[in-house]
Design a protein around this ligand. Sequence first.
Ligand SMILES: Cc1ncc(COP(=O)(O)O)c(C=O)c1O
Length: 388
Amino acid sequence: MLSHDDALALDAADPLAGWRDEFIIPDPDLVYLDGNSLGRTPRRTIHRLHDVMATEWADDLILSWGRWVDLPTRVGDRLAPVIGASPGEVVVHDSTTVNLYQLVHAAIALRPQRRTIVVESTDFPTDRYVVDGIAKSLGLTVRDWGEGLDDDVAVVVRSVIDYRSAAMADVAGDTSHARDHGALVVWDLSHAAGAVDIDLHACGVELAVGCTYKFLNGGPGAPAFTYVSSDLHATIEQPIWGWFAQADMFEMGATFTPQTDMRRFLLGTPGILGLVAADEGIGITADAGIAAIAAKGRHLTDVLLTLCDDLGLDTITPRDPLRRGLHVAVRHPDARRLVPLLAREHKVVTDFRAPDVIRLGCSPLTTRFIDVYTGATTIAAVAAQSLS
Ligand SMILES: Cc1ncc(COP(=O)(O)O)c(C=O)c1O
């Protein structure tokens, strides 16, 4: 089994190790394995927020809107290469839930004769709830992805990485399968962006959303993103008509005439502090390089899965490194009680997903191999005690 010294040797050889210094880490002994829920705090974010507040807001007041107004598209352009999109195809705004609502509606409007939405019954709750709500208001039918597709399906909603097991979908295959039935797919990249080197163009993806507060380290409640492939920009229509989507917004026109580009997905006044925090988090990922981040992520999760095997922990995360995200899901009957106990008494922060999963997240810019080693051995010891 991997030893404490082996883990230290892996850290010493890690080409990304230096990036950890870019983050505030007040307690180096805390084993933080929850960057899949909330990434750590980048130092740059604190400096940038201070500048924005002390100078752009306090000194320049409303004059700063000149540089703030296009932040949703500028931050989107910074994110685009991280997910295999082009500049002009991504905007950063609102929440994943709101953005998903917009895109599912937009997709249905592109397939007006069809009456069915498909979603996976095990997908993240907000995705299922948004689909159910839209189906109820439009009188459509919801079907489980496992039941297959037919020519009545307007849109499929799928997560790239399963929030519970970390299994990665076949994004290219599922997109093309849906296209064969004339359906669109809205992909949720929440657990994929900043974690795996996904290439939306290469996979033929047309519509996607995702959050920036997990592996992109954008901060708590940081705004989400919307991606629409450029060939749909001219025709796609979204249901929430706000003034930030309006062409010539300051002309205060009588009727809604949307922008012809991705700005047509914007709603109202964006939260600038959240946007600049997202910008810095995304910037670190872009600077470190998604290929290197994804490669370290595969290595960390490989080591963690092997440790779990050696320690007798039961995992449900796929073994193929190209078919999983960056957390490892351990099943334990006492998981609900163990997760807070591990944080409180053993300084190992993980998270719990009902009914019996402990998720161990590996964030390549901040998680060390020694964290993975300490986390796994501590969890195994505490889990064994709980069953004895
Ligand atoms: C797959 C997925 N979608 C959506 C969300 C959350 O959406 P929101 O940012 O709107 O709360 C999460 C949160 O963990 C998630 O895992």
